[in-house]
Design a protein around this ligand. Structure first.
Ligand code: EPU
Length: 340
């Protein structure tokens, strides 16, 4: 297997399915391989680096002038357990949903609400993936990394500084290392989390409340609203849900009493970006092959041959229209890579 490539196409490594090439590409199945690669290549420090797992959160708008590191480290193993918890380690290359399925089948709780999120294990702590009232931070115990210096590091959950789609890996440790494996802490006696809107009804329709039925219900809800990654290119939610202050919130809610929102604190309210975009009339919009999903306005899609630039341009138009109508700034959750 050739692990190192030059001028390599990333089309099958990004869920938007856009064409882009990287100058260098390196794939590794053990953390030691990466350490050796770093030690053997003096020019490594100077190269632009991009870590690409499942590629579900990147939009390429041009070729990448640097090295793409693709962690393909496999394996799920039980590290230990006590009367309450099971600790399992998964390699960065494991598909997130394969791990969720495994945990649910074993009867271990904590991940079931995060069923069917695309992407690999390596990205879960970086992005602190979240859905249906749960987030990766709830189950992450430790994160193992190889730093670009070649040194190994291990961070505990509090050291990861998790927030809404945020972590130390996006801030202080950004572009400084690669997650090689994650240790998760799962509950032997699961506590079911059915707080989020549609989940409870969907589970009850399936029968008893169990991990398997929660997983099934979440997969059904996602299938209804989100495009199947194998059928149509997308990066999930394109924007983060914005947070407004109390003054702006009271003004907004008096003008739009139906606006979905969530109180974070006395002075912070999270507003549904999908609703804002929908209100601006974008749902189902299409220009060429770049479009807005017809069932969820927060998701931008590639109907076939859209370029990254076309999708990015559409995202800009959406940001401008939301700014104009609601005076709210939307920030992408998807990371845009390349030259503008
Ligand atoms: N809404 C509309 N029109 C739309 C889309 C949404 O009116 O076109 C309304 C919905 O009816 C609902 C509200 O906006 O009242 C919020 O929508 P939804 O419940 O679908 O969730 P979301 O806030 O859009 C977030 C995450 C998703 C996650 C879901 C479920 C972000 C940016 N997105 O979406 O995560 O699956 O909650 O928990 O936080 C992802 O990050 O890629 C992702 C898919």
């Amino acid at each position: 297997m050739i692990r190192f490539q030059e001028d390599y196409s990333l089309k099958r490594f990004n869920t938007f399915g856009v064409e882009a090439k990287t100058k260098y590409y390196f794939e590794f199945t053990e953390s030691e391989e990466l350490v050796e690669f770093i030690k053997a290549n003096e020019s490594f420090t100077e190269l632009n680096k991009l870590i690409l797992g499942g590629g579900s959160n990147y939009l390429f708008i041009s070729d990448f002038d640097g090295i793409v590191l693709h962690p393909a480290i496999p394996g799920i193993r039980v590290l230990g357990e006590d009367h309450q918890w099971v600790y399992i380690e998964a390699g960065a290359g494991v598909i997130w949903d394969d791990l969720v399925e495994y945990a649910v089948n074993e009867g271990w709780g904590g991940m079931e609400n995060l069923s069917a999120i695309p992407g690999n294990i390596g990205a879960t702590p970086v992005q602190n993936i979240g859905a249906y009232g749960a987030e990766a931070a709830d189950v992450i115990h430790e994160v193992n990394l190889v730093m670009f210096s070649g040194e190994r590091r291990q961070l505990t959950n509090p050291e990861c500084q998790f927030g809404y789609r945020q972590s130390i890996f996006k801030n202080e440790l950004r572009d400084q290392g690669v997650v090689t494996s994650v240790v998760f802490k799962l509950a032997k006696e699961p506590i079911f989390n059915l707080e989020y809107g549609a989940v409870k009804d969907a589970v009850e329709k399936l029968g008893e409340i169990s991990l398997k039925n929660i997983r099934k219900a979440i997969i059904e809800i996602r299938d209804e609203k989100l495009p199947a990654p194998t059928k149509i290119g997308s990066g999930g939610s394109f924007f983060m849900n914005p947070v407004v202050d109390a003054i702006q919130y009271s003004e907004l809610i008096s003008n739009h009493p139906k606006m979905p929102s969530f109180k974070l604190s006395e002075n912070e309210f999270k507003v549904a970006a999908g609703w804002l975009i929908d209100q601006c009339g974008w749902k189902g919009y299409r220009k060429g092959d770049a479009g807005v999903h017809d069932k969820q306005a927060l998701v931008l899609v590639n109907h076939g041959n859209a370029t990254g630039e076309e999708i990015a341009r559409l995202a800009c138009e959406i940001q401008l229209s939301v700014k104009k109508k609601f005076n709210i700034e939307l920030y992408p959750e998807v990371i845009i890579v390349g030259k503008k």
